[in-house]
Design a protein around this ligand. Structure first.
Ligand code: EPZ
Length: 424
């Protein structure tokens, strides 16, 4: 078992390079299955455990996956015939449900167990199923929670999303690119990774317009082919390092980012006292002024991202004044708060609202990550805290952050990853 150990109180200084977006690449990799001729070469892939699992699923379906270098992969799906994702693999990550859309698009036949993933409230897929059925599929979920999707023919249709859903929007696109005629997705999600996956599919020969708006139009095509593509920078990884620099009162150059995707995060950090200079593909962020409170409400893009909520709450826990955090996307994304309270934070949660009364200092102690972004929040808290913070269950963090310990260490943090015997 591994733990992260941090001795806090050091302002972060230096520069950090951001990877390709996890929530884009976990959609791009299943999308590569739609290429019936040629290969997909995808660059700027983050070295994270969710990606490794995705590669294993692709290979289990008969695709050939070849690592060209640490962050570039070639996928050859020309000869795949399987359409069943192994049960244990499906359960190991939420994004496995994208194989439903991709295999339905490729073969009109897909069998994938309901996904696992982070545990913060119910994570239904009714909008995914609604999309598949609108395009002509029959969906049966068996008592082992395996979803079976089959269609004689996929026919373009209008899909109105009852809730703005990143996953359902992506899954609807993965199926609609091969459906006959026009598909219109109304009330679509607008995240940067939606645009990234639409651009990738268009590079494969699809005909998608309007990604990034709430209405996406797709004219089905007969066949998709391979392409070369580079994953969009990860707005949440970037936001995590930006929040850590501001929380510790440091100064750092954040490289390989798309500033336009960081507007809501930058606005909130500036409200808390940060100074930011924007460049084409990087930004210089610092905080010399006192860290002050602000209110934040998570919303679908272009609002403040829910995947930054835990990290930002950790920052607010040492900002002077009272802040109100409202989580409007997930119904239970405050499980990590008790860990921050163990470090001396003063936070009260009532439903979707967390009220944070800033304290002078957090104190280091032993805490455990409850999910990916909660783990990132605990790292930020540990970097600000007095004394030593030990973080357990870091496998959650490793799912979505490449070399997080090395990157924070390069920014001057006193942080290390240690192996502990399992019985300790
Ligand atoms: C994606 O999850 C991300 N995961 C999540 O990031 C992120 O929090 C979320 O989008 C919102 O941005 C991946 O991309 C792998 P949703 P997803 O469908 O697609 C409800 C991280 O930390 N809903 O946009 O599962 C749902 O309950 C992870 O990187 C339905 O009701 O999220 C939620 O309240 C955590 N029915 C809301 O919509 C559905 O069929 C948004 O969910 C689907 C969703």
């Amino acid at each position: 078992m591994e733990r992260i150990i941090i001795n806090g109180g050091i302002p972060l200084r230096g520069e950090v390079s951001i990877c390709g977006a996890k929530n884009s690449v976990v959609g791009l990799l299943p999308a590569a299955l739609l290429a019936e001729e040629g290969v997909c070469v995808i660059e700027n892939i983050p070295g994270i455990s969710d990606v490794s699992m995705m590669f294993s699923i692709l290979e289990s379906l008969g695709a050939k996956v070849r690592n060209i270098n640490a962050n570039t992969v070639e996928i050859d799906s020309t000869n795949i015939t399987a359409n069943v994702v192994p049960y244990e693999m499906s359960k190991s990550l939420r994004a496995s449900y994208y194989f439903l859309g991709a295999l339905l698009g490729r073969f009109q036949n897909a069998h994938v167990a309901m996904p696992g993933g982070c545990d913060f409230g119910t994570r239904p897929i009714d909008q995914h199923i609604k999309s598949f059925e609108a395009l002509g599929a029959t969906i049966v979920t068996d008592d082992e929670m395996v979803v079976h999707a089959t269609a004689d023919k996929l026919i373009g249709s209008t899909v109105y999303m009852d809730v703005v859903s990143v996953g359902a929007t992506i899954n609807a696109m993965l199926t609609a690119v091969k459906a006959k005629g026009l598909t219109v997705i109304e009330n679509a999600a607008r995240e940067p990774h939606i645009v990234d996956i639409a651009n990738f599919l268009n590079a494969m020969g699809a005909n998608i317009r309007g990604a990034g708006t709430d209405t996406i139009k797709i004219n089905g095509v007969d066949k998709l082919h391979g392409c070369s593509y580079s994953v969009v920078p990860d707005q949440i990884e970037a936001g995590t390092y930006m929040a850590a620099v501001v929380a510790t009162g440091g100064k750092a150059l954040i490289k390989n980012v798309t500033p336009k995707h960081l507007e809501s995060i930058m606005a909130k950090l500036i409200e808390c006292g940060a100074t930011i200079e924007e460049y084409d593909d990087s930004l210089l962020i610092s905080r010399e002024k006192p860290l002050v409170r602000c209110n934040v409400k998570t919303m679908p893009h272009p609002g403040f991202p829910t995947d930054m909520q835990p990290q930002f709450t950790a920052l607010l826990s040492v900002a002077s004044g009272v802040s109100v955090v409202t989580e409007s996307v997930w119904d239970n994304r405050y499980r990590y708060v008790e860990q921050l309270i163990n470090m001396g934070a003063q936070i009260s949660v009532d439903g979707s609202i967390a009220t944070v009364t800033g304290v002078e200092k957090l104190r280091g102690t032993r805490v455990g990550a409850t999910d990916l972004r909660a783990g990132a929040a605990l790292i930020i808290a540990g970097l600000c805290a007095e004394g030593t913070t030990t973080i357990e269950k870091i496998e959650y963090i490793e799912r979505g952050y490449e070399n997080i310990v090395e990157k924070f260490s390069a920014l001057g943090a006193d942080i290390k990853r240690v192996s502990i015997p399992d019985n300790e």
